[in-house]
Structures are given as structure tokens and as C-alpha cells.
Ligand binder design. Structure first.
Ligand SMILES: Nc1ncnc2c1ncn2[C@@H]1O[C@H](COP(=O)(O)OP(=O)(O)O)[C@@H](O)[C@H]1O
Ligand SMILES: O=P(O)(O)OC[C@H](O)CO
Length: 654
């Protein structure tokens, strides 16, 4: 009988890999090519989508040749890819519109500052599960459409297409300008900010908010189904699955059941927790994302803690500072010293992602003394990955109400024993690594194999998972606590770097204007909530979010807490009122309106006048910017949700 295999392509941030797997999930052959990283300006990161496509054209035949396998022996192809990276290309010629803008790129930060002031910004997270951040695709599409002459018209006519890397590759593999299939899968679509996280369709409100024409978007499909057959590179292979690489790793680690989690340590690191059939909105800075969707079955959701810079900090140590010659040398160098010598590196190169979401943060090396050697710096590099994981796990535990008991890991950095021990130490849980370290590729292969019936079911795949390595926590708890406190201090030093006081005043950022704007918005929301025919569910959520975000930002940025009175109880009564009509709801609403009115009156008569009297315009503008930043952070954290208000009701003051 002819042997059959499954092929996977992992289109990653630094390289593209093609791997063939056999029926027992064993790796049969690998071919890989790196592509160039372009850094044309500070904060900008680009890839050449044509270079990546050409690399694919080389590695696929090579992987087949190495194993002596023909296209007919490939049961199906699964694609996993770097997510959010944005490619726009001409449908008729297949030529990309400039270089692809990579997920680490921060060029859209200014644009997002403006967008977040729009009233509709408050609804974005609830619709797509993601905070407004430079990380995702939609702001990049808008940026390109605004800055490239004539592009919007071409996009509206459907002459220019958008895709993340899997869309670009599938379109090219299935014929490109000659009938290429323009599709994406739900996991990748869930990272654009344009897909409704519940309906799993492009959302009109989000399209309008980001001003993206529907005609340029791919069709959203499930993660496992046959999208088409290759007609280029190696013709005749069924393309049977696509997933974002982190979701592919979740699949490859067989985290099929709610409560199962993995962390992939590559260029960045990404911890995903399977949360089952309903999307969970985080109140602690996690992302809500689609984990996978098998054919017609309901989607499985995940909470994700994304860390932008981990392996790329090692790369910077190698290529930017030239302190080591290869990535594995970081471990050797770090072992030349006992500890970090008091030094901490917070690699906020692209701002800070989860759980902070500070786009304006930039990196620091803290605790430098003349005692510090490159060995200490190497330790600090590795520990940065450990502590960033700890912050994400703390947030994940707080969201799920459960304590993570083991962490499954994979990715290039897991080759580093010192790092893996550090992760176990700072998390205080065992860390385990499976036999097949190429979990992203394996996940894409599993998905494709399931799709074409090569593997019958998920249980069979589970049996392929075997433990290859384990690290047990061995750190003194008191030392762990002290080190964590030092780390958090270093993190705080990175905040606000890109918005120093004294930068030119931007319209609408003066503090009293911002506070007044919030007051009018709060009044409008209260007024509209009284209308029985209004969408009370939505208005209630908006009112709660703005109220808590506004009050918390006032407390943290403008004046310290300790004022008399509070609104926690009144807000809780409104949030708990069910149904949203009748005497119970009216009474609760009247109660809340009374405290909101009192707050507005008090603040406008007292605080605002005092601020105008005692602070200069530039100070008020700097404070206004800090206030908007904190308010946005609160909104991103889901501060208005019932769970958050319940948890904080006693603390909430006006
Ligand atoms: N022994 C090591 N110690 C620490 N970091 C390493 C080691 N080996 C590789 N890395 C880092 O891991 C990353 C590569 O992992 P990989 O999973 O291939 O990444 P990606 O899929 O994001 O391209 C690189 O950023 C590299 O610096
Ligand atoms: O290519 P990787 O492995 O660095 O993963 C990138 C992520 O998908 C970005 O969200």
C-alpha cells in the first residue's frame, strides 16, 4: 500500500517551514527558509510578501524530495501563519501594495489615539474581543488606505484584496490572478478587529469604525475544510486547514478541552487557554480569540495572553548588541553568573502587550551599576521572558477563577533549559514539553488530517502527545516575591515614554475639556437608557464602562481617592436588574442617575475651576493625555463588566 502523509506549512515571523508528518504524528522531513526583516523606521517592521511566496516555492518541493514523497501521497495540506500581519495586493496582477506590515509594527499608534476618542470606540472590544492596539490588522488597513493615493477607490471596487499570510498563500497556491481562492479562517479573522467574535462574520459596525471596504475582505471559513487544490508550486494538493500559528500550537498540544493551556515561546510568546464554546470577555487584559473551528461544529474559544518580545530580545542581544554569536549562547553566557546582579530588562520594543496594553511604552534596562557584566544582562534577557509569562498567567488565573496547574510549552526558546527552569520557578508550577517541539506545524497537520479523514478524531490525536521534558519549581518563595516586585517596578518605568509632558498640545486633550466631554456622554447615556425602546443592554454596558473608566482615571490621574460617597452599589443595582424594564429597573436607574448627576455638578463647580486656576495649559494638556491613556486602559481591561464591578464595588468612588 502507498504510504500517505500530511503536509504543513508554518509561515512564521522569521522563517517559513514545510514539514511532512506520518500517521503517528512523526516528523518525516523538513525544509525551511528565513526571510528578511525590514525596519525602515523606529517602530516599523515589514516583510516582503513576494519573498515569502517565493520561499514557499522552494521549500515545498524540497520537503517532498527529501522524503521521496510525491504530491499524490499528500493527503492534505494545513497552513499555520504569523497572525495580524497585513498584506494588500492587486487582484489582477498579484502584486502586493508595498511591503506587508508585521504584527510588531507600531506605526498606527497616533491614529489609534484619535480613534479611541470616538464614542463608538467603547463598543469595539465587546464586538471583536480585542483592545484597540497597534497589534491588530484593521488599523493597518486603514493606515494604508489613508496614505496610498487611489488605494481606497481600488479597494472599494474589489481590485485590491486584503489578507493575512494564510490568505495570501492560499490565493497564490490556488492560481493567484487566475482564479485564486480568497479565503481566511475564523482564527485568523478573529485577529483583524473586523470580525464579530460571536457571529464569526465581518461586522458592519467594525467595518464602519475602521473605514474598511467589505469588498477587499476574504471569505471567512472554518479552520478545517478543503478550501481548494493547489495549482502552483506543486499542483494537486488539497489545502485542507488553516489556523493562526498560536491556535495551531494549541491544537498541536491537543488542548482540545476547556481549561487546557499552552505557551509557545518564539519571536514573541503566546499563552492560550481553551475556554470552550462561549467567548469569555477578559477583565484583566487578555484577548478573546477563536481557538479553532472544526468544519460545521461550533467554534471553540480561547483566552490569550500575547507577549510581543521574548525570542526577539535574544535576537537583539545577538544582532543588535552582538554580545553572542547564536541564540543558544545566551544560556551559556547567563550561566557564567549566579543571578541577575539586580538588573532587569523590560523589552517594550513594540509597546507592552498583555496584560498592560501600553502602546506608548518603550523598553528599559533598570538597575544598572558598574557591577553588571554581559552575563548579568544575559540572565536579565531570559528572566524577562519568565516574568512576562508570570504576569500573563496571573491575569489568566484572575479571569478564569482557576489556578493554572501545569504549563505545556513549545517553540524555539524551549531548547533553553535555564529559561524553562526560570519559567517553572517564577510561575511555581511544573512546565512540560512534548516530544514534537514543532507544535505549530503539528497542529496545522492535525487540522488538515482531520479535515480529509486521515485521522479519525481528536482522541486519536491526544494519544500522540508524549512528554519529553519537565521542569519543576525550585525557587525560594520569598525570593520569588521580591524579584517579582522588582520586575513590576521596572515595568512601570516603561509607561508613558512616547508621550512626554511638553509635547505639542493636541486638540481635545486638555484635561477639563476631556472631563466635560465625558460628562456630556454620561448624561446622554442616562437619557437614552430611560427610553424603553432603546437597546438597553448595549447602553447599560456603555454607561457602566465609561462611568468606571472615567471615575478610575479621575482617581488615579487627577486626584487621589478618599472622597466621600461612591457609586459602586448604585451601578451594581443597575447591572444586576433583570429584566431591563419595569419598576425594578426604573428604580435602580433613578438611583444611579442621582449619584452621576451629583458627581457631574460637584466636579464642574469645584474640580474643573480649581484645575483651570492652579494648572498651566500645558500641565492640563499633559494631565489630559495621561487621563485619556488611563481611561483607555480601563476600558480595554473591561472595567464596566458585571464581574469587575462586583469585585470592585466597595472601591468604586466618584
Ligand atoms: N537556546 C535558545 N535560548 C533562547 N532563545 C532561543 C534559543 N534558541 C532560539 N531562541 C529564540 O527563539 C526564537 C525562534 O523560535 P521559533 O519558534 O523558531 O520562532 P518563530 O516561530 O517566532 O519564528 C528566536 O527569536 C530565537 O532568538
Ligand atoms: O510567527 P510567530 O511564531 O512569531 O507568531 C506570531 C504571532 O502569530 C503574532 O500574533
Amino acid at each position: 500500500m502507498v504510504q500517505r502523509y500530511v503536509m504543513s506549512i508554518d509561515q512564521g515571523t522569521t522563517s517559513t517551514r514545510c514539514i511532512l508528518f506520518d500517521a503517528r504524528g512523526r516528523l518525516v522531513s523538513v525544509a525551511q527558509r528565513e526571510h528578511q526583516q525590514h525596519f525602515p523606521r523606529p517602530g516599523w517592521v515589514e516583510h516582503d510578501a513576494v519573498e515569502i511566496w517565493k520561499n514557499l516555492g522552494r521549500i515545498v518541493p524540497r520537503a517532498l524530495a527529501e522524503a521521496g514523497v510525491s504530491a499524490e501521497q499528500v493527503a492534505g495540506l494545513g497552513i499555520a501563519n504569523q497572525r495580524e500581519t497585513t498584506v494588500l495586493w492587486d487582484r489582477h496582477t498579484g502584486t502586493p501594495v508595498g511591503r506587508a506590515i508585521v504584527w510588531q509594527d507600531t506605526r498606527t499608534d497616533r491614529m489609534l489615539e484619535h480613534l479611541e476618542r470616538e464614542p463608538a470606540a467603547r463598543r469595539v472590544r465587546r464586538l471583536c474581543g480585542l483592545p484597540l492596539a497597534t497589534y491588530f490588522s484593521a488599523p493597518r488597513i486603514r493606515w494604508l488606505l489613508e496614505r496610498t493615493p487611489g488605494l481606497r477607490e481600488r479597494a472599494e471596487r474589489g481590485d485590491v484584496l486584503f489578507g493575512t499570510m494564510e490568505s495570501w498563500l492560499i490565493w497564490n497556491l490556488t492560481g493567484g490572478p487566475e482564479g485564486g481562492v480568497h479565503v481566511t479562517d475564523v482564527t485568523n479573522a478573529s485577529r483583524t478587529m473586523l470580525m464579530n467574535i460571536r457571529t464569526l462574520r465581518w461586522d458592519d459596525e467594525l467595518l464602519e469604525f475602521f473605514d474598511v471596504p467589505r469588498a477587499m475582505l476574504p471569505e471567512i471559513r472554518s479552520s478545517t475544510e478543503v478550501y481548494g487544490t493547489t495549482s502552483r508550486v506543486v499542483p494537486g494538493i488539497r489545502i485542507a486547514a488553516a489556523l493562526g500559528d498560536q491556535q495551531a500550537a494549541l491544537f498541536g498540544q491537543t488542548c482540545f478541552a476547556p481549561g487546557e493551556a499552552k505557551c509557545t515561546y518564539g519571536t514573541g510568546s503566546f499563552l492560550l487557554l481553551n475556554t470552550g464554546a462561549t467567548p469569555v470577555l477578559s477583565t484583566h487584559g487578555m484577548l478573546t480569540t477563536v481557538g479553532f473551528k472544526i468544519g460545521d461544529e461550533p467554534a471553540v474559544y480561547a483566552l490569550e495572553g500575547s507577549i510581543a518580545v521574548t525570542g526577539s530580545l535574544v535576537q537583539w542581544f545577538r544582532d543588535g548588541l552582538e554580545l553572542i554569536g547564536s541564540a543558544p549562547e545566551i544560556e551559556t553566557l547567563a550561566r557564567t553568573v549566579e543571578d541577575n546582579g539586580g538588573c532587569y530588562i523590560v523589552p517594550a520594543f513594540s509597546g507592552l502587550f498583555a496584560p498592560h496594553w501600553h502602546s506608548e511604552a518603550r523598553g528599559v534596562i533598570a538597575g544598572l551599576t558598574s557591577y553588571i557584566t554581559k552575563g548579568h544582562l544575559a540572565r536579565a534577557v531570559l528572566e524577562a521572558t519568565g516574568w512576562q509569562t508570570r504576569e500573563v498567567v496571573d491575569a489568566m488565573n484572575a479571569d478564569s477563577g482557576l489556578a493554572l496547574s501545569t504549563l505545556r510549552v513549545d517553540g524555539g526558546m524551549t531548547a533553553d533549559n535555564l529559561l524553562m527552569q526560570c519559567v517553572a520557578d517564577v510561575l511555581d508550577v511544573p512546565v512540560v514539553r512534548p516530544m514534537v517541539a514543532e507544535t505549530v506545524s503539528l497542529g496545522a497537520a492535525y487540522a488538515a488530517g482531520l479535515s480529509v479523514g486521515y485521522w479519525p478524531d481528536l482522541e486519536g490525536l491526544r494519544r500522540n502527545w508524549h512528554r519529553a521534558g519537565q521542569w519543576l519549581p525550585a525557587m525560594d518563595p520569598a525570593r520569588r516575591d521580591t524579584e517579582y516586585a522588582q520586575w513590576r517596578h521596572a515595568v512601570e518605568l516603561t509607561f508613558g515614554w512616547m508621550r512626554p509632558a511638553g509635547t505639542p498640545r493636541q486638540p481635545g486633550s486638555e484635561l477639563t475639556e476631556v472631563l466635560l466631554g465625558d460628562h456630556r456622554e454620561l448624561e446622554r447615556l442616562c437619557r437614552e437608557l430611560r427610553d424603553q425602546d432603546a437597546d438597553r443592554e448595549t447602553l447599560r454596558a456603555e454607561l457602566s464602562a465609561l462611568l468606571v473608566a472615567h471615575a478610575t482615571a479621575v482617581e488615579r490621574v487627577v486626584r487621589p481617592s478618599g472622597q466621600d460617597g461612591g457609586f459602586g452599589a448604585e451601578l451594581l443595582a443597575v447591572l444586576e436588574a433583570d429584566p431591563l424594564e419595569g419598576a425594578g429597573f426604573d428604580e435602580a436607574l433613578i438611583g444611579l442617575e442621582a449619584v452621576v448627576d451629583a458627581h457631574i455638578r460637584g466636579e464642574e463647580r469645584g474640580l474643573l475651576n480649581e484645575l483651570r486656576r492652579t494648572l498651566s495649559l500645558s500641565d492640563r494638556t499633559a494631565l489630559g493625555r495621561a487621563f485619556t491613556g488611563e481611561r483607555r486602559r480601563q476600558l480595554d481591561l473591561g472595567c464596566g463588566t458585571l464581574a469587575h464591578v462586583r469585585e470592585n464595588a466597595a472601591r468604586l468612588r466618584l
